[in-house]
Ligand binder design. Sequence first.
Ligand code: HEM
Length: 497
Amino acid sequence: MESLLSRIEPFFTFQHPSLAVVLVTLLALLGGYYRFRVSPLLGKKLPPGSLGFPLVGESIGFMRAQKIDKTKQWIDKRLVKYGPVFKTSLMGSPVIVLTGQAGNKFIFSANDALGSNQPVSVARILGDHSIFELDGKRHKLVRGAMMSFLRPESIQRFVGEMDAIVKEQLLQELKGKDSVQVVTMMKKVTFKVTCSLLFGLPEGKEKDALLEDFTIALKGAWAIPIDFPGTIFRQACQARDRITTVITKLVERRKKEMEEGKEAPREDVISSFLNLRDEEDQSLTKDEMIDNIVSMIIASHDTSAIVLSLLLRHLARDTHVYEAVLEEQTEISKTKEGKDGMLRWSNVQKMKYTWRVAQELMRVTPPVFGNFKRTTKDTSFGGFDIPKGWQVFWIACATHMDEKIFEEPEKFDPSRFGNPSKSAPPYTYIPFGAGPRACPGVDFARIEIMLILHHLIINYKWTELIPDEAITREPMPYPAMGLPIKLHPRKDMVNCN
Ligand code: HEM
């Protein structure tokens, strides 16, 4: 009997135990996928669209379109095929794209079905405690600390200081040069302004290395989240780790100085974070501070650098707008308020036409293409179900280039702004987002952009060295070759204000 049993072959045998492990794992994954991804969707009316391949989704096509500045076309193709609400999958998450004024209003107004939650790659770079990930009381607490520096009343106090940093940096970047690469220069200047005014970061090699790491980290924030040697995402994660080390040292040094009773020359974001207490009198954790410092640096310097680079590109091509900006800035330079020759808040308030040019530029080429929210519960919009846990994506160009909202949208026309008869309806002009999570840095950015442009146009005319240089999005829209320009000085930078 025993020998008989030993001769009976089981119905199915595994020659290799590892094969069994693989099969069981696959079945478990499929079971999990069905239970968590498929079964909650049964019976729901999802918007039309394609989720593409697992994990990768439609990210490759989307990113390719970004690279050649054809993202609007990528969106338009889906708008035509599926309508104003459609589904896709980007950067590792299923996404519902909402377009148009109603879609924007649904996303931007206080809506308890929508929370903040970025795609996997963005969250890894900004950190789990970033303001972009926070909701409710914690979001209000951190945003309040940032706003204490970014509201107009606070900025007014340091416009002169900002002007001095801008002049010094421009002088350093431009002195003795007859050509310059605009993108690199603008990144350096805006990084210096952010780091000095908001964080008191000292000059030196560490600061230069930090700028390079921020550039790498930002590229990876919108990459496919494959953490494998050589991928953009892996490089970005490594850059983020190096950034964490530097900022941790900075926070610890400042904490020690505060404990020793040494006051910072001026209160900045780090000291404000260190002094912050929640309703239970608890301070922010170290990770909360680091993630929010990183988020603020990423949110602030690259966006302003883009607007400035694109402004210089536009002004080199559009003589009419260039002359009008020059005229306004020349007038302002004659009536500077500060006895020290620095521009002040009131001077910048007079730069009305120049700011309208920047606003029109951000309509045509929004620096932030769009952003993600995540549903905290099942919800619906436009007759479609949006399941809990899905990403919802708003897109600026979908309303910015809509001819029903902006007459002749392809035409560059700064007079759209400041003309009440042409003013855009709510939730349609959204380069800074809208609602309770709208960009808190809008005034900081406006002042910084106006100051930098003032000094450049008062001192130089410029021409592009690469005619018709294209735009690429990485994910921000930069001139593809960094916008090299030839400088034609009006007078010596050193003698001018
Ligand atoms: C031209 C420059 C800028 C543009 C176009 C811009 C655009 C935006 C956009 C579109 C959002 C997202 C809104 C949303 O998701 O609903 C945002 C958020 C944010 N921006 Fe800006 N930004 C600029 C400059 C700045 C500056 C200079 C700072 C800081 C000094 C800053 C700090 C932030 C922060 C902290 C958030 C998160 C707000 C929150 O979640 O409550 N930004 N910005």
